[in-house]
Design a protein around this ligand. Structure first.
Ligand SMILES: Cc1ncc(C[n+]2csc(CCOP(=O)(O)OP(=O)(O)O)c2C)c(N)n1
Ligand SMILES: [Mg+2]
Length: 579
C-alpha cells in the first residue's frame, strides 16, 4: 500500500464522503488514487480558499444531522496550501472541525526552496489546533486518525496535514500494521472533560437562588453540544430570559417568548440593556468575544457571572467570572435540569426589560414599513423581513460579512435549530458563496439562501463556476448597495462621513450571471421584493436575486467598539440610548 492509498483508507474509515479539492503537482498521487475511489466524491472549487469554506459549510451545517460530517479540503503545496490558509484561520476562530490536507515537496527537498515549497506547518501552526507532517507513508494513517480526533473532540477546530510527495507515493514496509478500531491517541496535554463537577452545579444553584435578575447568554456551543432543547427547558422552568451571541442564533426559536434576540455590537436594545442590568449572567458555550463585551470592565458590570465552556482556557480569559464551569453545554444543562429549583416570580425583572425595546423597535418597524432608504433605494431590512415572512423563518441562511450579515442576523426570525451560518470570529469577506455549497451538501432537502454584499460577492465570485458545474440549488440574495456598506457605516458614524475607498460601482451583475449561465433577477422596487423571492422558491437550481439597496442604510442599534449598552446608538439621528 502507498501513503496515498492509506490516506484514503483512513478518511473512509472516518466516514468522509466529500473532499473539496484542487489539484497540483505535489498532491497528484492522491487525486490519482481518488479517481479509483467510488466512496468519496471530489468537489472542485475554483480557488482553494473556496474549498476551505465549502468544507466548513459541511461541518457547520451537519452538526445536528443523524451523523455529523467533517469537512475536508485539499490542495497542492505552496500557493495551493497558502490559498487555503484564510479559510482555515476562519475555521479556527469559529471552532469549526476541518481537515486541511496539502501536498508538500518531497522530504529530501524540504528546506531547499524547491518549486512550490512553502512552510505550511509554520504558517498553519497558529491557525489550527494541530499540524501534522508524515515523514514516511507508515505515519499517514495514524496521523489522520489523530487529526480527526483533535478536530472533532470538545471544542472543534481545524487541523493541517501536510504530506510530502514521497510519503504519498512510497509503499509502507511489509510489517506495517495499523488497527483503527482500537486506536486511541495519546495526547497528554489535551484536556477533555465534558461532565461538570457536582460542586460546580451546587455553586450555580446557590448563585441562581440569590438572583432576582438572571440572564442567560448562549453561544454556538449550545448547538455544537446539541443542547438547544435543554436550554429551552432550563430557561422555561426557571423563567430566565435568554440572549444569543451571533453564532448562537437559531439555537432557540426567535419567537420563543423569553428570547431577547442577539447581543453585542449590533444586538437588540433589549438584549444589551438586559446585559447591563442583570444581576446574574449565565454564559453557556460562548467565549466573551469583544463584539459581545465591548470593554470587558464595563460588561454586565452589575452581575455575578457564571461561565460554562468546554475549553478550560476560555475561563477567565476575556472576562473574570465568579464561577467557571468546564463542561459540555449539554452535560451542564442536563445536570441543572435534574435539580429541584424553586420557581421565582420575576415580574419586576420582566417589567424592567419590557421598557427597553420601545424606541428602537418603533423606528426599526417604521423603516421596514417604508422599505426604502435616504436615496430612495431598497432597504435590505425590508428584503430580509419579507424573506423571513415568506419562508416562515424555517429556511437556512448563510451570510457573508458586512451590513447584510447584521441585517440577516437581526431580521430573519430563525425558527429551526442550526439554520444560521456566517463567519464570526474572523469575519472573512467572501465566505458565504462557498460556505453555502458545503451547507447545501450537508442539508440537501432544505432551502439555502446565500445573503451576500456586493463587496463580499466579488471576493470569491469565481465559485459561481462551482455552483454552476454541480448545479447546487442555492439562492443568492445579493445586496447591491454599491459600497462596502459596513465600513461606510463606520465612516458615517465615527469618521465624519469621510468616505474613503468604500465605493463599489463596477459590476454588471446581469453579465456576471450570464457568464456563468445562472438565472438572474434584478429587483429595485419595493413591490417586486416578494414576487422575486417567491419566484426563487419555486425554481429548482441556483439563482441570483440582485437587490438594488441603499448605500446609506444603517444597521442600528449599534454599540461603538469598546462601549456598552449606555453608549448604544439607536436612531438615525444618532441619539444615544440614555440621552
Ligand atoms: C477579507 C476581508 N477584507 C476586509 C474586511 C473589512 N470589511 C468588513 S465588512 C466590509 C464591507 C463589506 O461590504 P459588502 O460585502 O458590500 O457588504 P455590505 O456591508 O455593503 O452589506 C469590509 C471591507 C473583511 N471583513 N474581510
Ligand atoms: Mg455592499
Amino acid at each position: 500500500l502507498t501513503g496515498a492509498q492509506l490516506l484514503i483508507r483512513a478518511l473512509k474509515t472516518k466516514g468522509i464522503k466529500y473532499i473539496f479539492g484542487y489539484t497540483g503537482g505535489a498532491i497528484m498521487p492522491v487525486f490519482d488514487e481518488l479517481l479509483k475511489e467510488k466512496g468519496i466524491k471530489v468537489i472542485r472549487p475554483r480557488h482553494e480558499q473556496g474549498g476551505a469554506f465549502m468544507a466548513q459549510g459541511l461541518s457547520r451545517a451537519s452538526v445536528l444531522n443523524e451523523k455529523s460530517l467533517v469537512g475536508v479540503c485539499m490542495s497542492t503545496s505552496g500557493p495551493g496550501a497558502m490559498n487555503m490558509v484564510t479559510g482555515v484561520a476562519d475555521a479556527y476562530m469559529d471552532s469549526v472541525p476541518l481537515l486541511a490536507i496539502s501536498g508538500q515537496v518531497t522530504t529530501r527537498a524540504i528546506g531547499t526552496d524547491a518549486f512550490q515549497e512553502s512552510d505550511v506547518i509554520g504558517v498553519m501552526m497558529p491557525v489550527t489546533r494541530q499540524t501534522y507532517m508524515p515523514m514516511k507513508p507508515d505515519e499517514v494513517e495514524r496521523m489522520v486518525h489523530e487529526a480527526f480526533y483533535v478536530a472533532t473532540t470538545g471544542r472543534g477546530g481545524p487541523v493541517s496535514i501536510d504530506i510530502p510527495k514521497d510519503s504519498q507515493i512510497d509503499q509502507v514496509k511489509s510489517e506495517y500494521k495499523f488497527l483503527s478500531n482500537n486506536y486511541k491517541p495519546e495526547l497528554p496535554g489535551f484536556n477533555y472533560q465534558p461532565k461538570p463537577r457536582k460542586s460546580d452545579i451546587q455553586r450555580v444553584l446557590t448563585l441562581l437562588e440569590k438572583s432576582k435578575k438572571p440572564l442567560i447568554i448562549a453561544g454556538r456551543g449550545i448547538i455544537n453540544a446539541k443542547a438547544h432543547n435543554d436550554l429551552l427547558k432550563f430557561s422555561g422552568l426557571n423563567n430566565i430570559p435568554v440572549t444569543l451571541t451571533m453564532h448562537g442564533l437559531s439555537a432557540i426559536p426567535a419567537d420563543y417568548k423569553l428570547n431577547l434576540g442577539m447581543a453585542g455590537m449590533h444586538g437588540t436594545a433589549e438584549a444589551n440593556q438586559a446585559l447591563d442590568r442583570c444581576d446574574l449572567l449565565i454564559s453557556i458555550g460562548m467565549r466573551f468575544d469583544d463584539r459581545i463585551t465591548g470593554k470587558p470592565d464595563n460588561f454586565a458590570s452589575r452581575a455575578r457571572k457564571i461561565h460554562v465552556d468546554i475549553d478550560p482556557s476560555e475561563i477567565n480569559k476575556n472576562v473574570n467570572v465568579d464561577c467557571g464551569v468546564v463542561a459540555d453545554s449539554l452535560e451542564f444543562l442536563k445536570a441543572l435540569n435534574q435539580q429541584k429549583i424553586n420557581k421565582v416570580d420575576r415580574s419586576d425583572w420582566f417589567n424592567l426589560l419590557s421598557k427597553f425595546n420601545t424606541r428602537a423597535d418603533k423606528e426599526e418597524n417604521e423603516e421596514i414599513d417604508k422599505g426604502i432608504g435616504p436615496n430612495k433605494r431598497l432597504l435590505l431590512k425590508r428584503v430580509i423581513a419579507d424573506l423571513s415572512e415568506i419562508t416562515k423563518g424555517k429556511d437556512i441562511i448563510v451570510s457573508d460579512v458586512g451590513q447584510h450579515e447584521m441585517i440577516a442576523a437581526r431580521y430573519y426570525n430563525f425558527q429551526m435549530p442550526n439554520s444560521w451560518f456566517a463567519s464570526g470570529g474572523a469575519g472573512t469577506m467572501g465566505c458565504a458563496l462557498p460556505m453555502s455549497i458545503g451547507v447545501k451538501i450537508a442539508r440537501p432537502n432544505e432551502r439555502v439562501w446565500c445573503v451576500v454584499g456586493d463587496g463580499s460577492f466579488q471576493m470569491n465570485i469565481q465559485e459561481l463556476g462551482t455552483l454552476k458545474q454541480y448545479g447546487f440549488d442555492i439562492k443568492i440574495i445579493l445586496s447591491s448597495n454599491n459600497t462596502l456598506g459596513m465600513v461606510r457605516q463606520w465612516q458615517t458614524l465615527f469618521f465624519d462621513k469621510r468616505y474613503t475607498e468604500t465605493g463599489m460601482n463596477f459590476m454588471n451583475v446581469g453579465k456576471v450571471a450570464d457568464a456563468y449561465d445562472i438565472p438572474y433577477l434584478k429587483i429595485d422596487k419595493k413591490y417586486d421584493i416578494r414576487g422575486a423571492i417567491n419566484k426563487a422558491t419555486k425554481y429548482d437550481g441556483p439563482m441570483i436575486l440582485d437587490f438594488i439597496t441603499d448605500p446609506d442604510e444603517l444597521v442600528l442599534p449599534m454599540i461603538p467598539s469598546g462601549g456598552n449598552a449606555t453608549n448604544m446608538i439607536t436612531s438615525f439621528n444618532m441619539k444615544k440610548e440614555n440621552d
